[in-house]
Design a protein around this ligand. Structure first.
Ligand code: 26V
Length: 820
């Protein structure tokens, strides 16, 4: 073993390929129980993961011991979603093992890329919010913060999407079929979780109320599964602890022994259900009881774990806020606020005031959406039935907050009712956003614009009451996964141009800016982009049988399908362009491929219809000889992290076209720009800040601003007159509603289009002409290839700020109060 000075990892011991090959053989024999002659590709994958995991464990133990010995403050990141993707490449790369491992495997006749492709995606999240949590875990390890992620180990993560005859079909994703080589099951680390029942009040002899005891009627066990998360150059290894539901044995045994086999099975199913499936909706009401059960299940298990760790180290819970920062990723774990109160008061005997002070000093909360339909609230009767003690505590907190609000003498009755944790009009509901807000010392938005809008809209009154709490932390992405691993070509070219410093300090990527004007460099950059496009073209040819030309402009919109993200605007523009190409064959059109990808919530009718429309439009355009290959439309099924890793590096144009004010931040926008795509986008979410960084000349901004959207909505927006006033749009809309793309069912899109005429809440019509003009401006720049690549290079050079390392350092300094 040498202390290698490879540029990949100068601080690490890098074993030579021979050593690694021997380790893989040993793992294959003793961990998998196979010899080389019978080993499947999958066995080689397992053996390789075990080898790298063993090395990670060494660093893990060290980090854990250090955190303990130094009495470091720990960060606990509570999230119902961690959209991790594959881990093997991440681990090889962060440990500096990629090259030697490739060589080691090759010496054994194994192809690293081939086995890497067999690793299932850990898809324990819906989209941006879950992927952000995964980037944060990697960044916390990288910037050396002692942190634990807490979530649920869903047996079925995000569904697998197939497209049948243009329609989305959802299939279960069984990512654990071959086991999970990364995780450690911790049967001994398990906690009881109760539901239902009643609350007993214990009084002292003289009749004073002493404490409350919750007597739940249902009990399950939360069992921990740990996955190590390794940072860049293995600086630190942190833990992602995911909970799995299990029946409590004695109950099961009792029932079984009493001959109640069905009852025993029912217990077991109930416990199982808690960690069976991820809710596949990201901004659509879940509302089901099981969802609230999942939220409580993982919140209480995590808090019990945190308190146990704290008590065993410090012996006293008063110091909790000094040694633990607990972060709520959206309102999904907001039930942790009354749960911590319950544990502190009912189990550890504190009074309300002390418990409340500790609680507020410990929690921070991030809001990820302003969409009213995604703001969580639970019906009071359901809340009360499932969590009777928490209901009492919510009322007690509410009384405290409302008292404070009234005493401040600055609120009307209506404002007070908006501050209340209980929504009183209509059915009574518990507002989880308000609960998370009042229980936290910091509430942050995820882009500058989003944070301002939070202050003006959902949290206006609470912000007035607690003016120091709302702050901004613009999102970020980890450059390890989203540049170094997914784009080795661009990484190598950048190293050649500016050296290796950017790999440790992404700010240094600024150095590329000077190369934008270097013709030779631009050509190399274009060659890298082309190779990435060829890779995507091959994938599309293999999977879909569609041939696309890598020299065409690759225009990509990949993200969840939602009306506010306006895939419909993009499709309508494709139709208009199609029409133009047919009507004006004499013009010199620039060839373009429009790629779409993304999943729709299974219950979201319009989103599923939009997927069908994209596929219907693709079918017509791709087959029409009059188009002469100048335009292709491709819907790539089952968009997930692994597909993103192929699509982001292959993009020329990044579509970020949400209705202004509706996308909290976006993080795909950052990944595309870092990989050298130019953005076409609205002034929404982090696009605003991306524009500031890359400069107005290197981005295509169009459309209404947030203020203009509000103004139009307020002043009687009339989409019909807008559609009629735009010949291109009118034509495209007429084609869709008359069945040009759905001859088998001409009525298919009638309602979707009626929605445009009647309300067009998402301002598709209002922004159409500006969008189409921006697309023609894109064509003009694309035509001048040196200019295009100069802009693309400037994008790469100028978006280092959107690294999640920067975001995490800001959280550490300004919210968590941990050193970085
Ligand atoms: C809401 C719900 C509602 C009930 C059903 C299940 C469910 C699951 C997730 C959510 C949260 C939606 C919020 C969200 O994903 N926001 C996204 O967060 C990204 C990271 O901050 C940000 O970049 C995106 O703009 C934002 O839409």
């Amino acid at each position: 073993m040498t202390r290698a000075m490879t540029s990949e990892a100068p601080f690490l011991e890098i074993p030579d390929p021979k050593t690694l090959a021997d380790e893989v053989l040993l793992a294959l024999k003793y961990r998998v129980g196979k010899g080389t002659t019978v080993a499947t590709q999958y066995d080689w994958l397992t053996a390789s993961i075990k080898v790298v995991r063993d090395r990670i464990v060494d660093h893990w133990m060290q980090a854990t011991q250090e955190a303990y010995a130094q009495q470091e403050k720990r960060v606990y990141y509570l999230s119902l979603e961690f959209l991790i993707g594959r881990l093997m490449r991440d681990a090889f790369s962060n440990l500096g093992l990629m090259d030697n491992m490739r060589e080691a495997l090759s010496s054994l006749g194994v192809d690293l890329d081939l086995i890497a492709a067999l690793e299932p995606d850990a898809a324990l999240g819906n989209g941006g919010l879950g992927r952000l949590a995964a980037c944060f875990m990697e960044s916390m390890a990288t910037v050396d913060i002692p942190a634990h992620g807490y979530g649920i180990r869903y047996a079925n993560g995000m569904f697998r999407q197939e497209i049948h005859d243009g329609w989305q079909v959802e299939l279960p994703e069984t990512w654990l079929d071959h086991g999970n080589s990364w995780e450690f099951e911790r049967r001994e680390r398990s906690f009881e979780v109760g539901f239902g029942g009643s609350v007993e009040s214990i009084t002292s002899k003289d009749g004073r109320l002493e404490r409350h005891v919750w007597k739940p009627t249902e009990h399950v066990l939360a069992v921990a599964y740990d996955t190590p998360v390794v940072g860049w150059r293995a600086k630190r290894v942190n833990t992602l602890r995911l909970w799995s539901g299990m029946p409590i044995d004695p109950i099961l045994l009792d029932k079984f022994n009493a001959g109640d086999h069905i009852g025993a099975l029912a217990e077991s199913n109930k416990a199982d259900a808690l960690s069976r499936v991820l809710y596949p909706a990201d901004s659509h009401k879940a509302g089901q009881e099981l969802r609230l059960r999942q939220e409580y299940f993982f919140s209480t298990a995590s808090l019990q774990d945190i308190l146990q760790r704290h008590l065993s180290q410090y012996g006293d819970l008063q110091s909790l806020p000094d040694k633990a920062a607990i972060h709520l990723n959206d309102t999904h774990p907001a039930i942790a606020v009354p749960e911590l109160m319950r544990l502190l008061m009912d189990v550890h005997g504190m009074d309300f005031d002390l418990a409340w002070s500790i609680t507020r000093r410990t929690f921070g909360y991030t809001n990820h959406t302003l969409l009213p339909e995604a703001l969580e609230s639970w019906p009071v009767p359901l809340f009360e039935r499932l969590l009777p003690r928490h209901m009492q505590i919510v009322y007690a907190i509410n009384a405290e907050v409302l008292l404070e609000a009234r005493a401040s003498d600055q609120f009307s009755g209506e404002q007070i009712s908006r501050i209340s944790l209980i929504q009183e009009n209509g059915d009574r509901r518990v507002r989880m956003g308000n609960l998370a807000f009042v229980g936290s010392h910091s509430i942050n938005g995820v882009s500058a614009l989003h944070t301002e809008l939070m202050k003006q809209t959902v949290f206006a009154d609470l912000h007035k009451l607690y003016p120091d709490r709302i702050n901004n932390k613009t999102n970020g992405i980890t450059p390890r996964r989203w540049l170094i691993q997914c784009n080795p070509g661009l990484t190598a070219l950048t190293r050649e141009a500016i050296g290796d410093r950017f790999m440790d300090d992404i700010d240094a990527i600024k150095g590329l800016d000077a190369f934008a004007d270097d013709a030779a460099f631009r050509e190399k950059f274009a060659a890298v982009k082309r190779a990435n496009k060829v890779r995507l073209a091959n994938l599309v040819a293999d999977r879909l049988g569609i041939k696309v030309d890598p020299s065409a402009l690759f225009d990509i919109q990949v993200k969840r399908i939602h009306e506010y993200k306006r895939q419909l605007l993009n499709i309508l523009e494709a139709i208009a362009l199609y029409d133009q190409i047919r009507s004006h064959p004499e013009r010199d059109w620039m060839p373009r491929v429009k790629f779409f990808g993304g999943k729709a919530a299974p219950s979201y009718h319009n989103a599923k219809l939009i997927i069908k429309l994209a596929n219907d439009v693709a079918k017509v355009i791709n087959r029409d000889p009059a188009v002469r290959g100048l335009l292709k439309v491709v819907f790539v099924p089952n968009y997930n992290v692994s597909l993103a890793e192929i699509m982001m590096p292959a993009a020329d144009l990044s579509e970020q076209i949400s209705t202004a004010g509706m996308e909290a931040s976006g993080t795909g926008n950052m990944k595309f720009a870092l990989n050298g795509a130019l953005t076409i986008g609205t002034l929404d979410g982090a696009n605003v800040e991306i524009k500031e960084c890359v400069g107005d000349d290197n981005i295509f901004i169009f459309g209404l601003t947030t203020a203009e959207v509000a103004e139009r909505r307020g002043n009687g927006y009339n989409p019909r007159s807008v559609i009629e006033g735009s010949p291109e749009l009118a034509q495209a809309v007429a084609a869709v509603s008359s069945g040009v793309f759905s001859p088998d069912d001409p009525e298919r899109y009638r309602e979707l289009i009626n929605g445009l005429y009647q309300s067009d809440w998402f301002m598709v019509a209002a922004d159409f002409d500006a969008y189409a003009d921006a697309q023609r401006a894109v064509d003009a720049v694309w035509r001048n290839s040196p200019d295009w690549y100069a802009k693309a290079i400037r994008n790469v050079a100028r978006v280092g700020w959107f690294s999640s390392d920067r975001t995490i350092r800001q959280y550490a300094k300004e919210i968590w109060n941990v050193p970085v």
